[in-house]
Design a binder for this molecule. Structure first.
Ligand code: BGC
Length: 839
């Protein structure tokens, strides 16, 4: 029995109540109408874990590998499993709706949120997203496909107009949504911030209503991205059910007025409210009470699953002379900026406070039975490392006091509103609430004590969305209140890090006072950027050390040790929501470190972590190279499992890694210029471009090695007679083949199915991925595998003249690939040209 009789409830709701139901009440909750048994629902981010309702000082959560890492597994069963874990995590956080998965497309390696989406390819992305969502929804939790559609860059993401042909929109950007919905009808979809061809998606009727609801026949709830609603009547008329977050800017009295004046007919409002009530019924079996407490699960079986996922995502890019796997009983030198750093997730709304993290150094140390030596080499941070964990409170606890006031520090007799004890000196206050804070403007004094363990010059840094001053023993060391400069932290809202320095003595205790004023105290121009309420702060410090000394020390260690691994890469500072990367390079110093270590020890193994491609000017010199993404809580263990061969690598790149940024097809058109970005590469995204122009990337889409070898043989292809009806081009094309593990260790092979179209006078990619399957095989084992694709999906391109997909008559070549270069081919025929629309 559903909780609500939707039609009856619609009749009983007052206009005011209906209007209230179409907007959030705060950052994470929808409105309730208790008199009619309608509860408030909770939503929570997101793509790689469920953070709960507090960005600031929240309850820790499980952190999955980032989506590009999961994309590299090509494993639908695994995605299904981690989706189920997401469901459990959501229930633990009292959330009815998970704000994920993200399935935008990595047009460029620079996209700040590229790590959040599975792949540059719609088939891989949509299929994995479908299974991930299925896992979430099997637990009774609603999944949300986001951001619908063409939010593929961060630069001016609110304001930018994505100018794109209908064909590219369909074939590349809508495709992952379409395919995901074929596998799992997610209960929710979130609109993108940007415009598509002139109209913001949250008020774009063609996209929300004509395509999503009517053409695809989907009947769930559409919400806006956070502060991504820009109108009252247009958004309601276009089909945007819920404005998020609250308090509403566009609904409330404005919407009530629009309905009273018949600008928005009440039946249209009813359509929006009906979707909200349906969602209430949909999530009701969860039995999550309103404002449920947030709990940490952190179960042993989840840790094991996360470790498996982390290891399965690690791509073995090169392994000359079988340098890998490493030997556990031999000593090892662990070098590099990411060795003792837990780069476990990207930045922005995907980030969360993980239950625990495992660094690569921890992972290696826990396996090695030989000596483990360490050299830092260089640091990969953008802003100075957090100072908070090095501070002590007046009563000797690690961390510092956090005292909140409504009054400016210059005012006498301020009233203390709240006092917290914190350890992290980075805080985003968007969802911090306190009953005595009545406006977005307030002030915080943070105070602790710092006792350096070495003499020297110390640099201090302050990054704020707001204003901040850092004092040491009452001397002003950093003043970030005037002439502020735009930076990348906190969703692109923050200033750059302003720095100051002071000579300190080892063993002496200094009082550190950081005075922070919230966002309205700053006059930084944040046009085109989503501003999230009261803002945030970050302060860090580091003793000044010569990079040359650090590299020299690392090189000396590398030349005196046989087994050497360098861990380098990016972190959530470099890859983050709200800001696109400026270049594709590793942080300063990393390339030099790797080059010099390789010169000293040509057998050094290079392990990179990043969510999206980076340049590797030393790639030809590295004999063994591993790509490890942001691997979630278990990142370090997952990497070590691969390095020592406890897990045989099976991951394949879900993105092309170009040699240079200039090679990527969006190079000329990747940022907002006067409010628009032209999708100039059209349908030639990622491998579709590199293959068409025959410009091999450094590592292609689908690349990944193994510690074993596989063979593929006995390809068979079966089709069924075509139906006459034009709209029903969905007959199965069944591809079967034998896959054998011909090497010494157990392992998994990913079989990829590509279709190359006939020449029909229309410019098309050389071939496109149409299906894949992953199979686990013991040494010597051989299995028969099957991939089934609908004929229409295997063959069609989008014909703009007709406004329909066209499956054209002709002979299509089927190519089957896997680990190694060998390609099996076959073909099938489309007897007559047919046009179709729909899911
Ligand atoms: C992001 C969404 C996210 C929302 C809530 C926005 O900035 O674009 O993906 O779900 O914030 O955190």
């Amino acid at each position: 029995m559903p909780r609500l009789d939707v039609e009856k409830t619609l009749e009983e709701l007052t206009l005011g109540e209906k209007v209230a139901l179409t907007a959030g009440i705060d950052f994470w909750h929808t409105a309730a109408v208790h008199r009619l048994n309608i509860p408030s629902l909770r939503m929570s981010d997101g793509p790689n874990g469920v953070r709960g309702t507090r960005f600031f000082n929240g309850v820790p959560a499980a952190c999955l590998p980032c989506a590009t890492a999961l994309g590299a597994t090509w494993n639908t069963d695994l995605l299904h499993e981690v989706g189920r874990l997401m469901g459990d995590e959501s229930i633990a956080k009292g959330a009815h709706v998970v704000l994920g998965p993200t399935i935008n497309i990595q047009r460029s390696p620079l996209g700040g949120r590229g790590f959040e989406s599975f792949s540059e390819d719609g088939v891989l992305s949509g299929t994995l997203a479908g299974y991930f969502s299925k896992g979430i929804q099997e637990k009774g939790v609603a999944a949300t496909l986001k951001h619908f559609v063409c939010n593929d860059q961060e630069h001016e993401r609110l304001a930018v107009d994505s100018i794109i042909t209908e064909r590219a929109l369909r074939e590349n950007y809508l495709l992952p949504f379409q395919l995901a919905l074929r596998i799992c009808r997610t209960a929710c979809v979130m609109t993108a911030y940007n415009k598509v061809n002139g109209t913001h998606v949250s008020e774009n009727k063609r996209i929300i209503t004509d395509i999503l609801r009517e053409e695809w026949g989907w009947d769930g709830l559409v919400m806006s991205d956070w502060f991504g609603t820009y109108s009252t009547s247009d958004a309601i008329a276009a089909g945007l059910d819920v404005e998020m977050p609250g308090k509403t800017r566009w609904r409330g009295t404005a919407l009530a007025h629009a309905v009273s004046s018949n600008k928005v007919p009440e039946f249209v409002l009813d359509e929006r409210v009906r979707n909200v009530l349906n969602l209430v019924n949909w999530v009701d079996p969860l039995g999550i009470p309103e404002n449920a407490p947030e709990k940490a699960l952190n179960r042993a079986q989840d840790q094991a699953l996360l470790r498996r996922a982390a290891a399965e995502s690690v791509v073995l890019m090169k392994n000359e002379e079988n340098l890998l796997p490493l030997k556990k009983d031999k000593s090892i030198a662990v070098i590099g900026p990411n060795a003792k750093l837990a780069a476990y997730c990207g930045g922005g709304s995907a980030s969360l406070d993980a239950y625990y993290t495992v660094t690569p150094f921890d992972g290696v140390s826990s396996k090695s039975t030989g000596d483990v030596h360490f050299a830092q080499g260089v640091y990969s941070y953008q802003d100075l490392p957090l100072l908070g964990p090095l501070l002590k409170t007046a009563d000797g606890k690690p961390g510092f006091s956090f005292k909140v006031y409504n009054e400016h520090p210059s005012e006498p007799n301020r009233n203390l509103v709240d006092e917290l004890h914190l350890v992290s000196s980075s805080g985003f206050l968007m969802d911090y609430v306190h009953p005595k804070i009545h406006s977005l403007t307030y002030y915080v004094d943070m105070e602790g004590h710092f006792t350096p363990d070495a003499d020297g010059i110390y640099d201090f840094g302050v990054t704020v969305v707001g204003t901040g001053r850092l004092y040491l023993d009452d001397d002003l060391v950093v003043d970030n209140t005037q002439n502020q400069r735009q930076g990348s932290a906190f969703f692109g809202n923050a200033t750059v890090e302003e720095r100051g320095s002071k000579t300190l003595q080892a063993g002496h205790t200094y009082k550190v006072l950081f005075q922070f004023g919230t966002a309205p105290t700053s006059d930084l121009d944040t046009r085109g950027i989503v501003s999230f309420g009261p803002g945030g702060f970050r302060f860090g410090a580091s003793r000044r050390i010569s990079q040359e000394d650090l590299i020299t020390e690392a090189v000396a260690l590398a030349s005196s040790t046989d087994q050497v691994v360098v861990f380098a890469g990016l972190t959530s500072e470099w890859e983050t929501e709200g800001h696109d990367r400026k270049h594709m390079d590793l942080p300063p110093g990393s390339d030099e470190l790797i080059t010099r270590v390789l010169a000293a020890n040509p057998n050094a193994i290079i392990v990179l972590q990043s969510g999206t491609p980076v340049t590797m000017p030393w790639a030809a010199k590295a004999k063994a190279l591993v790509h490890a993404w942001f691997g979630g809580n278990e990142a370090g263990n997952g990497i070590a499992d691969i390095l020592y061969g406890d897990v045989n690598p099976s991951a394949k790149l879900p993105l092309s890694f170009p040699v240079r940024l200039q090679d990527n097809p969006s190079f000329l058109n990747f940022r907002s210029e006067r409010g628009r970005v032209l999708y100039g590469e059209d349908i030639y995204v990622g491998y579709r471009y590199y293959e068409k122009v025959e410009r091999p990337p450094l590592f292609p889409f689908g690349h990944g090695l193994s510690y074993t070898t596989f063979s593929r043989s006995e390809l068979e292809l079966a089709t069924v007679p075509e139906k006459l009806h034009y709209e029903e081009a969905g007959e199965p094309v069944t591809v079967s083949l034998s896959v054998a593990n011909t090497g010494p260790v157990a392992g998994a092979e990913t079989v990829q199915l590509w279709v190359a179209p006939p020449a029909t006078g229309v410019n098309r990619p050389v071939r496109e991925l149409k299906g894949f399957v992953k199979v686990f095989l013991d040494p010597g084992e051989k299995k028969r595998v099957q991939i089934v694709v609908e004929k229409k999906l295997a063959t069609s391109w989008f014909d703009e003249q007709r406004g329909k997909w066209a499956s054209e008559k002709g002979v299509y070549e089927v190519q089957v690939t896997g680990t190694g270069g060998e390609v099996l081919t076959s073909e099938f025929r489309v007897e007559r040209t047919r046009y179709w629309l729909g899911l």
